[in-house]
Design a protein around this ligand. Structure first.
Ligand code: PEP
Ligand code: MG
Length: 590
């Protein structure tokens, strides 16, 4: 069965997903199992067989123990429930047919026992599913469940702590933002996932790390196995299995042209983004990982418009200390001089959690739950440590602060008064801090956008987080690929909200920026300019292109066009008009 499978895989197969991080790479694939653990085709020697069998027996023993414990707990907690399913699982676990097949395959193929076990159970499952019978299809589900448990024990690892032998492309059902942040750039040339979207934090981190990525590739795991060659195109959102020589040649040529354009654009590093009619737009960088800082300097960012501090908190034991945060914020602020750095306070929750989810109880709707400023205003001790670190770093003279996920003016006022309290305490302790530090609000919840006026009266700037503003306005989960088609940045409601926020800010003489992914989409640049946005903050890699696009635009013309689009009903029509406009003005940048 496995032979037949690899034969069919030799044909070139194109899978279309969503482009999440640019770049084009060709490499062998490594597939993560359902549990995001890697299953490698590890070669072994004949003398290793007994060792592998021992590992296998050990994993079977641990799984047996685990199943018995679950069964016992279920019987105690829910005596009326039928725990017989676990008896069936124990039978599957100890099924001599499977165990014998694994042993035989191990001797014949001389590959690691985890890989062999996975392939063996897969082939049993496939055979059972081919027969239309309810009983057999339940057995297939049992085998799948048990095999996941055994594989987890066989691998005995948590998280993504794995070693790749050769540079590879990872394919998984999904990766969490913290998994992604841990990827080794040298060995992971790119990744593709079945789930996710362009504005998920996983995609945002991939762009920071400059790892090409394609997400939302439906059913990819059913069509792929570790070891085959793939071409991953993070510009077009393609994953091509078994690419032909011709396909590789053509995509290599296109990638070469893109790199040429990038090379030409490096000259824009020191140039400011000014329209043909001399309207100056500030173009700054979104920073989350250390890698972003060097990218930001290389690409000519005019400061940091959004520092996502939560990545300091994930992939570690416990919370970072005040000193550690201070060192980090100060280093970023220093690197950005003479420009400013906007430090966004902790935005945990939603799709970002600390490693062991300490203190977080799983929620039904994490994006609508205990997230961002809501978490910080409850966990005041954790919040105060961060505020102290930011205030201390402000001594560099260019630090600003902003609060995320604000949905009511009271949250902003409470955060601000805590900030004042922290400043007073530091001064009383004789710790040097800047005399003045500007404070801004992220406008990313529709209630805040609709009352932007209130915030504009009290804050020094407003930064629109369109990633969340779109998800909350249109009621579309930003990481759910099933509803991704409804996630429309050009929806008339979004245009109106942005305009409302910009106008409110300008009435009170403060600047308004956009730091969501809309700012990095070159098709949308004329729209944001026409809506009157003063600053764009985006992943550093795209800064030269966006600067170039701004230089080709007339502010007056974008304003006229936007005034017309404001009356259009359909997001698609506005998007199409924008695409045509971008093609006519800067085709080589697309
Ligand atoms: C946003 O919501 O647009 C934003 C910039 O914040 P994040 O993507 O980190 O939620
Ligand atoms: Mg946000």
């Amino acid at each position: 069965m496995m032979e037949e499978n690899s034969q069919t895989l030799l044909n070139e197969v194109r899978l279309v997903g969503v482009a999440a991080s640019p770049g084009c790479v060709v490499a062998p694939v490594v597939v993560f199992s359902q549990d995001n653990k890697i299953i490698r085709r590890r070669k072994i020697k004949p003398e290793d067989i007994s060792n592998e069998m021992e590992l296998f027996e050990l994993a079977l023993g641990k799984t047996r123990q685990e199943i018995l414990e679950i069964k016992e707990k279920l019987e105690q907690d829910l005596p009326d429930q039928d725990a017989a399913i676990f008896d069936a699982h124990l039978l599957v676990l100890e099924d001599p047919t499977i165990i014998e097949a694994v042993k035989a395959q191990l001797e014949e193929k001389l590959l690691g026992v985890d890989y062999i076990y996975q392939q063996t159970t897969k082939s049993f499952i496939k055979q059972l599913r081919q027969i239309e019978d309810e009983f057999l299809s339940e057995r297939a589900a049992d085998i799948q469940d048990v095999s996941r448990r055994v594989l987890r024990h066989l691998q005995g690892r948590s998280g993504l702590s794995f070693q790749l032998d050769v540079p590879s492309i990872i394919v998984a059902h999904d990766l969490t933002p913290s998994d992604t942040a841990q990827l080794d750039r040298k060995m992971v040339l790119g990744f593709a996932t079945e789930g996710g979207s362009r504005t998920s934090h996983t995609a945002i981190i991939a762009r920071s790390l400059d790892i090409p990525a394609v997400v939302s590739l439906k059913q990819v795991l059913n069509q792929i196995e570790s070891g085959i060659e793939v071409l991953l195109d993070g510009h077009e959102g393609l994953l091509i299995l078994n690419p032909s020589e011709e396909t590789k040649r053509i995509s290599g040529q296109i990638e070469g042209k893109r790199l040429e354009v990038d090379q030409r654009l490096t000259s824009l590093r020191e140039v400011s983004a000014t329209t043909t009619d001399l309207k100056k737009i500030t173009v700054s960088a979104n920073v989350g990982l250390e890698a972003d800082i060097s990218m930001m300097l290389e690409n000519g960012a005019e400061g940091v418009g959004l520092y996502r501090t939560e990545f300091l908190y994930i992939n570690r034991e416990g919370f970072p200390s005040e000193e550690e945060q201070y060192q980090n914020y100060r280093a970023v602020a220093h690197a950005a001089l003479p420009h400013s750095v906007i430090i966004r306070t902790l935005d945990l929750g939603g799709d970002k959690f600390i490693s062991n989810n300490e203190g977080f109880i799983p929620e039904q709707n994490p994006f609508l739950g205990w997230r961002g400023i809501r978490f910080c205003l409850t966990e005041r001790a954790i919040f105060k440590i961060q505020l102290r670190a930011i205030c201390r770093a402000s001594i560099e003279g260019n630090v600003k602060i902003m609060f995320p996920m604000v949905s009511d003016i009271d949250e902003y006022r409470r955060a601000r008064s805590l900030l004042e309290e922290v400043k007073r305490e530091l001064r009383a302790e004789g710790v040097p801090i800047a005399d003045k530090m500007e404070v801004g609000v992220m406008i990313e919840v529709p209630s805040a956008a609709m009352t932007a006026e209130f915030y504009a009266r009290e804050a020094n700037f407003l930064s629109i987080g369109t990633n969340d503003l779109i998800q909350y306005t249109l009621a579309v989960d930003r990481v759910n690929e099933k509803v991704a088609y409804l996630y429309q940045p050009t929806h008339p409601s979004i245009l109106r909200l942005i305009k409302q926020v910009v106008d409110a800010g300008h009435r009170h003489n403060i600047w308004v920026g956009v730091c969501g992914e809309m700012a990095s989409d070159i098709i949308l640049t004329p729209l944001l300019l026409g809506l009157g946005v003063d600053e764009l903050s985006l992943g550093a890699g795209n800064i030269p292109r966006i600067k170039k696009a701004i230089q080709t635009l007339s502010f007056e013309e974008t304003q006229k066009m936007v005034a017309e689009w404001m009356d259009w009903y359909k997001a698609e029509d506005i998007m199409r008009a924008l695409e045509d406009y971008a093609k006519s003005l800067y085709p080589d940048l697309l």
